[in-house]
Design a protein around this ligand. Structure first.
Ligand code: NZQ
Ligand code: ZN
Length: 380
């Protein structure tokens, strides 16, 4: 195995009724006033908001609320929230939502101490301090609840970029799978495909890291099994909880142990798509791009791609495996072509340029502009 560093300080409270414990956790860390960050209101409908307010007030923790975080969250909204956080002198942030809300909370936590938040995304500034972050996860997929990364869209510049810092690991995250029963079907699927993709970003670099590779196969197979079960019964708690924990394992460090930081080309191409089309959900974009990236790159590390075909799709070659993967995605009603996302063929070059504007792409296969265009043409 390659040398590796493993570091993950996030404490997880997993399971039913765990939100009630959060107030105590925050009080024990001396939190007095928290900025609650949320999206479009699903937490008011499914009862999560009320339970949260109860646990905070029980411990005498004050709060101020910012709503309206959008899927594919924006720099402008984060900047508005930073101002509210400063004006109210909060000493922590509590994100209640999916990856978008949690990512924006990390941006606010860092931006609270910065003159210009976007400088961090441009790598022109370093995060030296951040407010402590607490999260209540309502949608499993991104692993933002247990990783140090955040992705934000700068709409004026059409950039959807990521950043990370060890200071942005949440302090405590609650993962109660039962609150995900209110998810619309396509959001469950988007989250599952995102988590499969995170695992695959590492997996295809595999050679002899047997424990990581076997674990990655278990993660992917369990996600597929869980989504299939949820398609039959969306309230199946066993499937919800397996899916939730797999999604966390997929990017909290475990799935990438000794795998050299991963590839991430498919993610960057997807970010290029949703930078230009903010209405495209991250998981939906990945469902379109990743199978075609596999098809295009499979000759680079053939033994590993063959193993993937066998262990996940029960096929003896990668071409058949990719077809099975696409038809599995279709059976979940996920998109599998750019046309399904209402993207025109004429936009392919602009998406490729957008994906490449941060720098080089790909580790399994370093991708040129022409390579990215070909992958997008396969995806059309
Ligand atoms: O706005 P609310 O009311 O919260 O509704 C959301 C939103 O409309 C809804 N939802 C969430 N939980 C629900 C629910 N509806 C009913 N019941 C519930 N329990 O779902 C919609 C989508 O939410 P969103 O947070 O946008 O989805 P997701 O978790 O997939 O996050 C996607 C964002 O995370 C970034 C993506 O690029 C994208 O911007 N990523 C973050 C990563 C990270 N931090 O490590 C890595 C990923 O690769 C990814 O890039
Ligand atoms: Zn992702």
């Amino acid at each position: 195995m390659n040398n590796f560093v493993f570091y993950n300080p996030t404490k997880i409270l997993f399971g039913k009724n765990q939100i009630q414990l959060l107030g105590k956790e925050m009080k024990s860390n001396n939190v007095k006033k928290v900025l609650i960050l949320a999206g479009g209101g699903s937490i008011k409908q499914n009862g999560v908001y009320d339970v949260t307010i109860k646990t905070l007030s029980k411990e005498g923790i004050e709060s101020v609320e910012v709503w309206g975080v959008r899927p594919n969250p924006t720099l402008d909204h984060a900047n508005e929230a930073i101002k509210i956080a400063r004006d109210n002198n909060v000493d922590a942030i509590l994100a209640i939502g999916g990856g978008s809300v949690i990512d924006e909370s990390k941006s606010i936590a860092a931006g609270f101490y910065l003159d210009n938040l976007w400088d961090v995304f441009e790598k022109k500034a370093l995060i030296e301090k951040a407010l402590p972050i607490y999260t209540i996860l309502t949608l499993s997929g991104t692993c933002s609840e247990m990783d140090p990364f955040a992705v934000l869209s700068n709409e004026a510049e059409q950039k959807k970029w990521g950043m990370g810092s060890p200071l942005l690991f949440p302090k405590v995250s609650v993962i109660d799978p039962s609150i995900q029963m209110s998810l619309p079907w396509h959001q469950t699927v988007n989250g599952g495909i995102d988590a499969i993709s995170h695992t695959m970003e590492f997996y295809f670099l595999g050679t002899n890291e047997e424990i990581t590779i076997s674990m990655d196969e278990a993660i992917i197979n369990t996600i597929i099994k869980s989504i299939d079960a949820l398609q039959v019964d969306s309230k199946d708690y066993s499937a919800r909880s397996n899916l939730a924990w797999c999604a966390t394992l997929a990017l909290n460090g475990n799935s990438g142990v000794a795998l050299k930081g991963g590839d991430w080309a498919s993610h960057r191409i997807e970010h290029g798509i949703s930078a230009l089309h903010p209405e495209v959900a991250h998981g939906a974009g990945l469902a379109v791009v990743f199978p075609n990236w596999i098809k295009y790159c499979a000759s680079e590390n053939p033994a590993q791609f063959k193993r993937f075909a066998e262990k996940i799709w029960n096929c003896d070659n990668i071409e058949d495996a990719v077809e099975k993967m696409k038809s599995k995605f279709r059976s979940w009603s996920a998109p599998t072509t750019l046309r399904d996302l209402n993207i025109e063929k004429s936009e392919i070059e602009a998406i490729a340029d957008n994906a490449l504007n941060i720098g080089n792409l790909g580790a399994v296969k370093p991708l040129t502009r022409e390579d990215v265009i070909k992958i997008l043409e396969f995806s059309y």
